[in-house]
Design a protein around this ligand. Structure first.
Ligand code: PMP
Length: 388
């Protein structure tokens, strides 16, 4: 009989994460891991207490497939206030297993194998792998450094009869790009003309620097209800392991996305949903503005060191990563360059090629600055040795 024990072709499409590889290399040398986007800062007390209380009070069973009422109501209030997105907690919100779960559910609910989605590169690898897992083909448009702008004609050229959507990530990982209203308007015009969905990952919505403003495409009339807004609290509350995210969209799509979410995840972790709801309800505006202040300070510290050692940073406007120009480091590929930095300094970064599908990123590496101050300071100290 023929061999029938093999892995699916779908799984073979998944790109192995270079981030995970660099983390292993980093552990091997006992280095400081600035490759992974895991913020190890403490979580807010209200969030922790909310989850504790929920466990003690017995919120330990399945929640509704689209999330706890308390959490959906809290998200809806926040969406109106912070994002200027009008939404009904009972019709437009699906709580999922992180932003990752929300995007996966939305893809399976709205896209068919063979459909195409346009994505900007440098991209966040999970977006590509989520599309790959759903059989959706990514079409790439390059963002141009230093300010990571795009050419709208190139976006239009990437559209084919199979195109169903555009993926936006603002503020973006890894570039830190914050999309401007003008850029979003130009994309909205295309999306209306070609009748496309807009998947918009806004997980870094509170990580904004130099007084930047976050604009949710869903708040703009121009997008006409075609937006699938994805976000969550992994980053804002420093709870990446809790797996609480959500999507907001028109009710034409939310029920189906909810069904997929139910099938794959059943629901987000019940007591942790309570913790996040308490956090959203109790924390003041000051908590969110402090995030920007605190992370801008970390960004500036790392960027000034990168400048000093000749790894010119593309100073990010948002999120908590910095892409640095590593042309001055010996090596044929960004992987060799990242390894060379790790060997010389014990600081791990991600090779730029991890954020591009073909060529690109060879002279880039990404550092994550969402680290406690003593760790970031030690990393900066070690990086400075490159100059000596
Ligand atoms: N989107 C982006 C752009 C990210 O960088 C990350 C984390 N690296 C996520 C989503 C993951 O979010 P979550 O933990 O809510 O799944």
């Amino acid at each position: 009989m023929n061999n029938r024990l093999f892995t699916s072709s779908r799984s073979e499409m998944l790109i192995q994460s270079e981030i995970r590889n660099m983390s292993i290399e980093c552990d091997n040398v006992g280095g400081i891991n600035l490759s992974q986007g895991v913020c190890d800062l403490p979580l807010p007390d209200a969030v922790r207490q909310g989850a504790h209380l929920a466990i003690d009070e017995g919120f330990n069973t399945y929640t509704r497939y689209d999330g706890l009422q308390e959490l959906r109501e809290a998200i809806a209030k926040k969406a109106v206030k912070y994002n200027a997105i009008q939404c009904d907690p009972n019709k437009n919100i699906i709580v999922s297993a992180g932003a990752t779960g929300a995007l996966y559910s939305a893809c399976l609910a709205l896209l068919d194998p063979g459909d195409e989605v346009i994505i900007f590169e440098p991209y966040y690898g999970y977006h590509i792998n989520t599309f790959n897992a759903a059989g959706v083909v990514s079409k790439y448009v390059k963002l141009k450094p230093p300010s990571w702008t795009f050419n709208i004609e190139e976006v239009e050229k990437a559209i084919t009869p199979k195109t169903r959507g555009i993926m936006i990530n603002t503020p973006a990982n890894p570039s830190g790009k914050v999309f401007t209203r003008e850029e979003l308007k130009s994309l909205a015009e295309l999306c209306n003309r070609y009748d496309l969905f807009v998947f918009t990952d806004e997980i870094y919505e509170y990580f904004l620097y130099d007084n930047g403003k976050h604009i949710s495409p869903a708040s703009m009339q121009e997008f006409n209800g075609r937006t699938i807004t994805i976000s969550g609290y992994s980053k804002t509350f420093s709870i990446t392991g809790w797996r609480i995210g959500y999507c907001i969209c028109d009710e034409r799509w939310s029920e189906t996305i909810g069904y997929v979410n139910d099938l794959v995840y059943v629901c987000g972790p019940a007591p942790l949903q309570m913790g996040v709801a308490k956090g959203i309800n109790d924390l003041s505006d000051g908590f969110y503005s402090a995030i920007s202040r605190e992370y801008q300070e970390k960004r500036d510290r790392l960027c000034s060191v990168l400048k000093k050692i000749g790894l010119t940073p593309y100073v990010p406007q948002g999120a908590y990563y910095v892409l640095a120009d590593v042309s001055s480091i010996a090596g044929a590929t960004s992987k060799e360059k990242a390894m060379s930095i790790l060997k010389k300094t014990g600081v791990a970064s991600v090779p730029g090629s991890a954020f591009y599908h073909a060529d690109g990123g060879d002279n880039l590496v990404r550092f994550c600055f969402a680290k406690k101050d003593p760790i970031l300071n030690e990393a900066c100290e070690r990086l400075l040795s490159l100059k000596r």
